[in-house]
Write a protein that binds this ligand. Structure first.
Ligand code: SAM
Length: 223
């Protein structure tokens, strides 16, 4: 799986994706992440990437011609890449969307900054995604969230023993609770069943807990 990221701040994306599980997936070449500095496509001597908004108002707007030049270059090097714009106005990102993106072989993520993009950038992409109902200063953190959540669904990224099948959002459920040592902490004990060694009972307990927690915390997930 290859991710291209068009951004004004490649180092931000690189520092967010260079560690732990994702860093290892990149190291073992299951995942490739290539950043493309939007500034390289800027216009004129000053490599201009943004301009003031028509109609007035605060902040700068990323230029459609600059973003198009960057995307055209990425597309010519990555034929068939699926282009995604990160924007608070996009469709709310979810585990379902992550699974759908995991079926792609090549994804290009476009990070906005400042006031956002010229509206006509929307015509250049295949999808628009928001990672939640809040406003970030730039698309880099949103991009890292997408890359991480999609990558962990790719076979081999989590290692052969770990699967995503029991994780939260699978089958409309939040995951069951986990415990480790110490067995007792400030009066709170590890549930007896987890010490029993009875795998059938443990599985039953975990399923019940997942149902209970989901009903209490996220009733919207079920049904
Ligand atoms: N003026 C825009 C608005 O009100 O919709 C917000 C622009 S925001 C300060 C700059 C950039 O950060 C956006 O263009 C987008 O790429 C990214 N961004 C901010 N919040 C985001 C979110 N919730 N999901 C995805 N990207 C986001």
């Amino acid at each position: 799986m290859k991710f291209n990221v068009i951004t004004l701040f490649p180092e931000t994306v690189e520092c967010l994706t260079n560690y732990s599980i994702l860093g290892r997936a990149v190291g073992s070449k299951i995942v490739e992440i290539q950043t493309h500095n939007l500034r390289d496509f800027g216009l004129g001597k000053r490599k201009q990437v943004d301009d003031t908004p028509y109609g007035g108002g605060a902040g700068m707007v990323l230029k459609v011609d600059v973003l198009n030049a960057a995307l055209e270059k990425v597309r010519s090097d990555n034929p068939g890449t699926y282009a995604v714009l990160l924007t608070p106005k996009g469709k709310k990102y979810s585990q379902k969307a992550a699974k759908s993106l995991a079926n792609q072989r090549n994804i290009t993520l476009i990070c906005g900054h400042y006031e956002g993009f010229d509206e006509r950038v929307r015509d250049l992409v295949d999808a628009e995604l928001s990672i939640g109902d809040y406003v970030l200063s730039g698309g880099e953190i949103a991009t890292a969230a997408v890359i991480d959540s999609v990558s962990r669904l790719i076979p081999g990224v989590l290692g052969k023993d770990k699967s995503t099948e029991e994780e939260s959002f699978e089958g409309g459920l939040l995951e069951y609770p986990h415990y480790t040592n110490p067995r007792e902490y400030k009066g709170k004990e590890v549930p007896e069943v987890l010490l029993s060694g009875n795998h059938r009972e443990i599985e039953k307990w975990r399923k019940g807990q997942a149902e209970k927690i989901t009903k209490k915390k996220r009733p919207d997930l079920k049904g």
